[in-house]
Design a protein around this ligand. Structure first.
Ligand SMILES: O=P(O)(O)OC[C@H]1O[C@H](O)[C@H](O)[C@@H](O)[C@@H]1O
Length: 541
């Protein structure tokens, strides 16, 4: 692998691959050669620093890393999450073909379908008003209590699918900070509220603490007997849910082969289903399934998740770019960058290979972003003229949902396209100077100012276009990025499906709680921690 990466570096140098502007000038068909479609989904990577030889090299890399074999093992239900001894089968949750999927000899599809049916019946009951609060009122507000994978997916997708939201209002409480639940409880009426406690493990301190606060709120306002009418739960740990006291009929399970950050397709999607209805939720699953079929079957050069992953690896390890910006020109995808941060950074922020040795590559990049056009007025300066090259990933719908605001959508499209064009083309010193002198600036001054107005150009970006942001399109987009993360993880030869890196902080927080409660002394901690504890406790007195 290392040698193949070195070869790619040499190829990039020899073929002048990073001169993207020159590549466009030399080849009128560059767009059609370096873009591909799947239905109405268009993936354009022609503004990345690729050429045929680079793609050949990336293909060799995929072969050497056995990406296709690893992909097949995932779909087959092999135990590929080796540190936790689990299969990785979020694809089973959206397996609309219903073909058998075996985990340790047992077909998981009957259980998947049974939970989906139970969720559907519950969601229908809440939406229609057949399932009421303790005082006989219809549920108007659903509050999801969860964090990480038990929060980010429903939060992101609910906003993304706002035009399809015809069920009760949704709220999300995740942070341990009491402000989060307190501000939410102020907005709701206990008689018409339903809390969904969402936690894969049902041990996460934030979720358990917020759930206890919510439980006390309902019991305090409506009496202990009302609790059963106002709570539901989603978890893989059904015994722990039972201990919390939630009615079994309102508990929706999933399985240890669903990673938290891949769980939006499972019962974790219940709030979304309540918001948009079972039919739309089904379309969302269809979208994910369409990408699964494509990822499994399409040849590499037409395989969008493969290409996305290979280009991601190329940016990181051949060209050495440290981060990637996710820039949806779609206000309703405002939480998509945050969603991808967990998906990508928790999956591929690793330093040890599948063979338990240190990795030989740079693994996952920093993933960040904001929707356009807001980002333009904040951080695009650095993307255009900063000293790091930051590959940008644009996404935009051909049609907005606001038919009478078509003009605003046209402005949105123009901005999106202008940004990727500007990143690629840039502006030379001569062009900058000519622009200034044409406006009457004298030569000496133009010489001083022009360098500040130079854009190096040749800054890579890729663009994803879809017809309209509907449940199917969103399902496709999420699955596309899930598989991209898979491909990159396979190339790094890491386990993308564990998350030991979040453990240490959790352990230390448990140890520090008695210290900040004033029950234990801070003397066993380092002087900074002890000093901070002292300052906080003094100020809180
Ligand atoms: O769903 P839960 O078990 O409550 O876990 C919630 C989150 O907590 C952890 O810290 C993990 O890093 C995440 O992957 C997970 O999504």
């Amino acid at each position: 692998m290392k040698a193949l990466v070195e070869n790619l570096k040499a190829t990039a140098r020899e073929t002048n691959a990073t001169d993207i502007r020159a590549a466009f000038a030399a080849d009128r068909n560059r767009f059609s050669r370096f873009s591909t479609t799947l239905g109405d989904l268009l993936f354009d990577y022609s503004k990345c620093a690729v050429n045929d030889r680079i793609l050949d090299g990336l293909e060799a890399l995929a072969e050497a890393a056995k990406v296709e074999e690893k992909r097949n093992a995932m779909f087959r239900g092999d135990i590929i999450n080796i540190t936790e001894g689990r299969a990785v089968l979020h694809t089973a949750l959206r397996n609309r073909s219903n073909r058998q999927i075996l985990v340790e000899g047992k077909d998981v599809m009957p259980d998947v379908n049974a939970v989906l049916d139970a969720m559907g019946a519950f969601a229908d009951g809440i939406r229609s008003g057949a399932l009421k609060g303790a005082t006989g009122k219809k549920i108007t507000d659903v509050i999801n209590i969860g964090i990480g994978g038990s929060d980010l997916g429903p939060v992101m997708a609910t906003l993304a699918l706002a035009p399809f939201h015809d069920g009760p209002r949704l709220h999300f409480v995740s942070n341990i900070d009491g402000a989060h639940i307190a501000d939410t409880l102020r907005l709701i009426d206990p008689e018409t509220a339903l809390f969904v406690v969402a936690s894969k493990t049902f041990t996460t301190i934030e979720t358990m603490t917020n759930a206890a606060t919510a439980r006390a709120f309902i019991a305090g306002k409506l009496g202990e007997a009302a609790v059963g009418h106002h709570f539901a739960a989603v978890s893989t740990a059904l015994d722990k849910v039972a201990a919390f006291g939630i009615d079994q009929k309102r508990v929706f399970g999933f399985w240890d082969w669903v990673g938290g950050r891949y769980s939006i397709w499972s019962a974790i999607g219940l709030p979304l289903m309540i918001a948009i209805g079972t039919e739309n939720f089904g379309r969302f699953l269809d979208g994910g399934h369409a990408i699964d079929e494509h990822f499994r079957d399409a040849p590499l050069r037409q395989n969008i998740p493969m290409l996305l992953g290979l280009i991601g690896f190329y940016h990181r390890n051949v060209l050495g770019y440290p981060s990637r910006a996710i820039l949806p020109y779609d206000q309703r995808l405002a939480r998509f960058p945050a969603y991808l941060q967990q998906l990508d950074m928790e999956s591929n922020g690793k330093g040890v290979t599948m063979d338990s040795t240190p990795v030989e590559f740079s693994t996952g990049p920093v993933v960040w972003g904001e929707p356009g056009t807001n980002g333009q007025h904040a951080f695009y300066q650095l993307i255009h003229q900063g000293t790091d090259v930051i590959p940008a990933e644009f996404m935009i719908a051909a049609k907005g949902h606001e038919k009478d605001l078509r003009h605003q959508h046209q402005l949105l499209m123009a901005n999106c396209l202008a940004q990727s064009e500007a990143l690629m083309k840039g502006r030379t010193l001569a062009e900058a100077k000519a622009q200034l002198t044409s406006k009457g600036m004298d030569d000496a001054k133009a010489d001083k100012i022009a360098p500040h107005r130079v854009f190096t150009g040749n800054r890579p970006s890729l663009t994803i276009v879809y017809d309209q942001l509907d449940p199917f399109a969103l399902g496709r987009l999420i699955a596309l990025y899930e598989h991209r993360v898979f491909v990159e993880g396979a190339l790094f030869n890491i386990n993308s499906f564990d998350q030991w890196g979040v453990e240490l902080g959790k352990e230390l927080a448990t140890g520090l709680l008695p210290v900040v409660e004033g029950k234990e002394s801070a003397e066993d901690h380092d002087s900074s921690t002890a000093g901070l504890v002292a300052a906080l406790l003094k100020a809180a007195r």
